[in-house]
Each structure stands twice: as C-alpha cells, then as structure tokens.
Write a protein that binds this ligand. Structure first.
Ligand SMILES: [Zn+2]
Length: 306
C-alpha cells in the first residue's frame, strides 16, 4: 500500500482538455491508480504564476471543482478524504483522494480565501511556490525573507484547523520561522542535499528540525532533486530514503512523487504503476517495517485531522 503526498494532475486537467479516466498524458489517472498499489493520492491545487493576480483565487476554485467533478464524483470507489477516520475506513477496493494547496499566492492576503479552501476540503497548505507571496518568500526569491505577519496568521489558522503546513518550496529563513510556530509541518515533496545540491532540497539542520517537530517528509521523484547528474534511476530515490533513515527520520518519512509536475523522469519510475517495482527494489535495502512506515503508515499517523 502506498500513500503519495503530492501530484500535479489537477494542473494538467485544468490546463488541457484531457480526461482523468485514462489520458496517457497523465502519470496519475483513474485507470493507472486503480491498477496500482497507491491507496491514497494527494492532488495539489497549483495556480500557475502567469495567471493574473486577480484571477488566481478563481482558478484555485476551478481546480477544486475539477477535483470533485473529474476525480471523486464519477467513481464509486474513489472517496474524498478529509480526516484520518476517512483514511482508516477505506474499504479494500477503494481509493482515497486528498485535496492540497501548493502555494498561497491564490489567497493573496485574505484569510477568508484560505478558510474557504479549507472548508472545501484542502488538508495541506504549501505556503509558497518558488516566488515570494504575502505569506513568505519562496526558495527562488533572492531576498530570502521569512514569514510575514500575515504568514503567521495563516499558520495560526492552520494550527487551529489541524491542517498541515507544507514547507516544500519555502525560503530557508521561512522554513525555520515555520518550525517555530507550526504544529503540523510537512515537506510534501523534498529530498536531501546529500545527493543533489538543488536549493529546494533539505539540509541536515532542516531534517533534524522536521524530526524534532514530528513532521512528515515526502521523497520526490523529480530528477534535479535526486542527483546532480544527467540521468536518474530508482537507486537515487533509495539513496534519499536511506539518508533520511540514517538521519533518524524513520517515523517522519514518506513519498511525494510530484507525478504530473515534472517533464523529466526517473528511469523505471514513470507513473503510479511503477510504485511496485520501487517497493520491490526497496526490499533489498530496508526492513519491511521501514518500508511500511514510509509507504503509508507515517502519513496516516501524522495526519492531524482525526
Ligand atoms: Zn512543487
């Protein structure tokens, strides 16, 4: 069983006229999902940067609509997940879909827009994408500032509502500001700098902070985050899992593929169907208890909404 903490299928469904059922353009579609061992998939609302500011919240709502209309409602065996209880009550043949937000730019500086998204089912909130917004600077903003006063209000709300605060893409300063006040931090799709120098990757201090805060970290399959070479294989994913485990993240570790959010692929890890071969390969390196924890158990244990 797998729980995948991040994919961008919603963005593709919003930007192209394709069907969730079987589009070959999707790494995550209904037929692949059904045939794969992925039990629960997170679907991120990600509003592209080129959408004009005044239209961004509307686009986020359009993606919420697509999530329910195309992913959840057409299928009797796909259930909308909003709590741990929902996850645990999934039947054998059922799949669970979780709605998440990647980047707070669509809410501008309006807390009610975030409250609305939470009421609509968003259960994990990424504070930024790479750029700066009213909440915080992203990792691509050279100023590198941390949380704003509004950003602190956002986290207060997430704490109150028992919603994950996602630090993937956040500035370095922002990361540590969040660690000070967030009750439920995660890094939904973030690797380690041990094997790839990409600025989005976490260093040892950040990994330790996530462990200390009882957070959750999803290893991602985006090649530039896996190594500094031209090609990547399943072994690169295993290297990151192994590094996190050696650093003591056994109870914090998970998977956040970023399927449909990348145009470059790990050899042998093209879509949800390839999770089985990844897990099989993992058996050569990790105990079954470790695999169980990072495949799904930690995600369920850490999910704050009971
Ligand atoms: Zn991302």
């Amino acid at each position: 069983m797998i729980i995948d903490g991040h994919c961008d299928a919603l963005l593709k469904l919003w930007s192209k006229n394709i069907s969730f059922q079987s589009s070959s353009e999707l790494q995550v579609n209904y037929e692949k999902w059904k045939a794969s061992s992925v039990k629960i998939q997170c679907f991120a609302i990600f509003v592209p940067e080129d959408v004009p500011e005044e239209a961004q919240f509307k686009v986020a709502l359009e993606m919420v609509d697509i999530f329910f209309k195309q992913i959840v409602e057409p299928y009797e065996d796909v259930k909308f997940i909003s709590s741990k209880k929902d996850m645990l009550s999934l039947k054998e043949n059922e799949k669970g879909a979780i709605l998440t937000l990647e980047g707070c730019h669509p809410i501008g500086s309006d807390l009610y827009k975030l409250k609305t998204l939470i009421r609509l089912g968003v259960r994990s909130v990424g504070l930024t994408w790479n750029q700066a917004n009213a909440v915080c600077d992203g990792i691509g903003e050279k100023r590198g500032a941390g949380l704003s006063t509004f950003g602190e209000e956002v986290i207060d709300l997430l704490n109150q509502e028992k919603i994950w605060t996602d630090v993937s893409h956040l500035s370095y300063q922002g990361f540590f500001d969040v660690m000070k006040i967030a009750k439920y931090p995660i890094a939904s799709h973030s690797n380690t700098i041990a094997f790839s120098s990409h600025q989005r990757n976490l260093d040892d201090k950040q990994i330790q902070a996530m462990i200390d805060k009882d957070g959750w970290i999803g290893v991602t399959f985006v090649p530039p985050f896996l190594n500094d070479q031209d090609s990547t294989s399943v072994k690169d994913v295993i290297n990151h899992l192994d590094y996190y485990l050696k650093k003591g993240a056994e109870d914090c570790l998970g998977l956040g593929s970023d399927f449909d959010g990348t145009i470059r692929f790990v050899e042998g890890l093209y879509d949800q169907l390839d999770y089985d071969s990844l897990i099989n390969e993992c058996r050569n390196y990790f105990s079954s208890e470790e695999i169980q924890k990072f495949s799904y158990l930690n995600f369920i244990n850490k999910f704050p909404r009971v």
